[in-house]
Design a binder for this molecule. Structure first.
Ligand SMILES: [Fe+2]
Ligand SMILES: [Fe+2]
Length: 302
């Protein structure tokens, strides 16, 4: 067993809890003269054939994509957490309340990301296509075993922590409004990492070594599905960039654009999760050789 408890996590979650109106609406608006994403996730500066304004436009397109990806994954996390809570509602009041709080926060995050997207779409001035729809992605992910989905969720919760602490918190150039969104999301997600660790431990405790091994393979299959989505998203981002800037890239520029943006997308949504030390520690406790299986494929996403 780990060191996390439902009672402790619930107490922290109740202290942290914020309202959507606290972070968007009224005079709380995006500033399109500033970048939205840290360079370590956006990866726009190495595209040296783009002007600084064009790099900023691409950075903002990537900001929209970041929010939309969370909207997408939280569509499957929400029903997954509720399904996990439901069979044992009467057993442990703290467990029930902590998991319902978790689900409620994800429902709020989905709504928050929709609000930001409305603001973005209204003021960016150009159509930006994104992968989806969220319901179809959620349905596909939820066809996998609960342990595989719990592992993917844990991967996501941990990379949110990594992105904020290592890349966003100390970046003084970012739009304060966008940064505020990322900060508030990070604050609540910190509890989700603990709850999801408890969920992984609970599901694994009732599974055989073969079932656990298959779940790790399924987690990698979902990763491959997300990777295919990243390849599509890089192409969408190129189209959005050309629409927004009116610039047509030549064949070599397009190739460099796709290559470097796909690398950045892979690191953001796959590499930074699969290599997260806390995620790997949890996987390592599930059985011999499992952590090593993930470490063998991780370089493809880093
Ligand atoms: Fe969230
Ligand atoms: Fe979360």
């Amino acid at each position: 067993m780990g060191t996390y408890t439902y009672a402790g996590t619930l107490a922290t979650a109740q202290k942290v809890n914020w309202k959507i109106e606290d972070i968007i609406g009224g005079d709380k608006r995006l500033d399109f003269t500033k970048p939205f994403m840290p360079e370590s996730l956006a990866g726009v500066r190495k595209l040296d054939f783009l002007s600084s304004e064009e790099q900023r436009t691409l950075n903002q397109i990537r900001g929209l994509g970041y929010l939309v990806m969370f909207g997408l994954v939280e569509e499957f996390i929400l029903p997954f957490v509720l399904d996990h809570a439901r069979p044992r509602l009467a057993e442990d009041c703290y467990r029930t309340r902590a998991l319902i709080q978790f689900a409620s926060e994800e429902a709020k995050h989905i709504q928050l990301f929709k609000r930001f997207r409305e603001e973005f779409d209204a003021r960016f001035g150009h159509r930006c296509e994104v992968i989806g729809p969220p319901e179809a992605v959620a349905a596909k992910v939820l066809t996998h075993s609960p342990l595989a989905v719990a592992l993917l969720t844990l991967h996501i919760e941990w990379f949110v922590q990594q992105h904020y602490v290592e890349s966003i918190e100390d970046d003084g150039e970012l739009d304060p409004q966008f940064k505020s969104l990322l900060k508030h999301h990070w604050l609540e997600e910190a509890q989700h990492t603990k709850l999801d660790t408890l969920m992984v431990e609970e599901i694994a405790a009732a599974a055989s070594p073969d079932e656990i091994s298959r779940a790790v393979d399924e987690y990698l299959e979902i990763g491959a599905f997300i990777d295919a989505g990243m390849q599509q998203q890089a192409q969408f981002d190129l189209d959005s960039f050309e629409r927004a800037t009116g610039r047509r890239l030549n064949a070599e520029e397009r190739e460099r654009f796709i290559e470097s943006q796909l690398k950045a997308l892979r690191w953001t949504f796959l590499g930074s999760g699969i290599t997260h030390p806390k995620f790997l520690t949890t996987v390592g406790k599930l059985g011999p050789g499992l952590r090593e299986r993930l470490e063998a494929v991780a370089p493809a996403f880093c």
